[in-house]
Write a protein that binds this ligand. Structure first.
Ligand code: ZN
Length: 499
């Protein structure tokens, strides 16, 4: 085990350095460094992949098999061997050349996406997306034992979940959301969000984000908050959590909610036990639905609750000074829960957010299958926005070019966003039963009990259990159940809209 651990520690270090390079590229690096950075990231990715797929690791894992059989199932060592074997076997199927080509294609497409989005010019990005898909199909061909090709891509973001299971959960979710959205459309005038529009200087917004984050658990000694084009969180080392947001002077909510969302990701990372650091047991991104459940839980279950606004309203007034809206806590709470179909996924309300995700999930399956050509993607996107959300897309920047995922090769990622919502509600139901005073604590600005519950019940387990095993442990069933999420939305929006 000692030799195995030493090798795995090096692989984890390489992954962490890669995450630092990616963070730098998206926050600090001047645009001129893009090509060189793409090569650096591809080189690092190749070395990491070779170490993970190498014969020495295969030999070590084979030698450890008898030892593994004697271990108690689910103990740390057994879990370490199980996840290492999985990562190794998946890496071994993919030739190093293909792996490098995918990394290089992704790193060079990202700056092109930034420019294409700024100029609303899909044609710029189109050849890069075609290349990404061609590489993804070759990647799928490296695997056997799957029911549909999309399973292979999904498995990179959600260990142990196939497309059929994701599809059935998301279809049940859509069936539950449609009647609710219909009712809310009829009462569209019942909630106003004018108080969130106006002119809010960025300095004040940054002060607000920092004060809110500070209370939630952002520790200036080991966290950073920076600005970026597409908000994300990174954790390049123990004691080093980096979250990002983006500011819009005309919109009070967007930067704050992005910051709270990324805080949820960052806290999960910050709570990885020291013993799992420098090991694949610390690689919690193996279940992006669990990771996303944490960001959505803080953003929505906490940040869009009435109790949160009881606490946050005076904080907001203080941080923004004369630029603060005159609205009271109740008005702000209602405003941040307004449901209104719109163009941008990351700014969408809690109901239509899921429709944005389902649209992407379905389009990317068609792209992978080749039933939809990249050239036809903007038109297909716009048609779905009209039929699913009733929204007309004015330009590709606010349509198909809004997200970085496809440019970066992350096909198979999107469903985990909506699945994360379902998981957040399943966890919230459980934690609410165990922390009955959670509402009063949030109203007091006391987030320590919530942090502790999440740390104890989820975060400290690292990657020891899959999504389904985690659900079974915490909720008694391994099923992805949309009902708690639908019930949560009906209760809250019933209150906000007087349904
Ligand atoms: Zn997220």
């Amino acid at each position: 085990m000692t030799e195995l651990r030493a090798r795995l520690a090096e692989i984890a270090d390489l992954d962490d350095v890669a995450s630092l390079l990616a963070w730098d590229q998206q926050t600090m690096m001047p645009a001129g460094g893009a090509q060189a950075r793409a090569e650096q990231r591809a080189t690092l990715g190749r070395i990491t992949h070779e170490r993970l797929a190498c014969d020495d690791l295969a030999r070590l894992l084979a030698e450890l098999e008898p030892y593994e059989q004697g271990l108690e199932a689910g103990c740390d060592e057994a879990s370490l061997l199980r996840v290492t074997r999985r990562d190794h076997e998946r890496a071994r199927r993919v030739p190093s050349d293909l792996h490098t080509a995918m990394a290089l294609a992704a790193a060079s497409a990202i700056p092109v996406w930034v420019e294409a989005r700024a100029r609303s010019d899909f044609a710029l990005l189109r050849p890069h997306l075609e290349r990404q898909l061609e590489l993804r199909r070759r990647y799928v061909d490296c695997f056997e034992d799957f029911s549909e090709p999309y399973d292979v891509l999904l498995a990179d973001f959600e260990d142990g979940l196939d497309t059929a299971a994701a599809r059935s959960a998301l279809e049940a979710l859509r069936r539950g959301l449609e009647p609710l959205l219909g009712e809310l459309r009829e009462r569209a005038g019942a909630v106003a969000d004018d108080c969130l529009r106006g002119h809010f200087p960025i300095d004040g917004q940054r002060r607000l984000s920092k004060r809110v984050l500070g209370q939630l658990g952002f520790d200036a000694g080991s966290w950073r908050l920076d600005q970026t084009v597409h908000p994300f969180a990174a954790n390049p080392a123990e004691g080093d959590v980096r979250i990002t947001t983006r500011y819009d002077e005309r919109d009070l909510a967007s930067a704050l909610f992005s910051a709270i969302h990324e805080f949820g990701h960052g806290l999960y990372d910050a709570h990885i036990p020291h013993a799992y650091r420098r090991s694949p047991l610390g690689r919690i991104g193996a279940s992006m639905s669990l990771h996303e459940s944490q960001s959505r839980l803080w953003e929505n279950f906490v940040g869009r609750s009435p109790e949160f606004w009881q606490w946050a309203t005076p904080v907001l007034r203080d941080a923004l000074g004369p630029a603060a809206p005159r609205a009271d806590a109740e008005t702000l709470y209602r405003a941040v829960n307004k449901v209104s179909p719109s163009l941008i996924r990351v700014e969408a309300d809690e109901v239509t957010y899921n429709l944005h995700v389902i649209l992407r999930f379905e389009l990317e399956q068609e792209l992978l299958a080749g039933t939809l050509a990249v050239a036809e993607l903007p038109e297909a996107w716009n048609a779905r926005m009209r039929s699913d959300l009733g929204v007309d897309v004015p330009d590709d920047a606010r349509g198909v070019l809004q997200d970085v995922h496809w440019a970066s090769g992350a096909f198979g990622y999107f469903p985990t966003y909506a699945l994360g919502n379902l998981v957040a509600a399943q966890l919230w139901k459980r934690l609410h039963a165990q922390l009955p005073d959670i509402g009063a604590q949030i109203a007091d600005g006391d987030f320590a009990p919530l942090r502790a519950w999440l740390g104890e019940n989820l975060h400290r387990h690292g990657r020891r259990q899959t999504l389904r095993e985690t659900l079974a442990r915490l909720t008694g069933s391994s099923a992805l159940d949309p009902e708690p999420y639908l019930r949560y939305l009906r209760t809250k929006l019933g209150d906000v809209y007087g349904l």
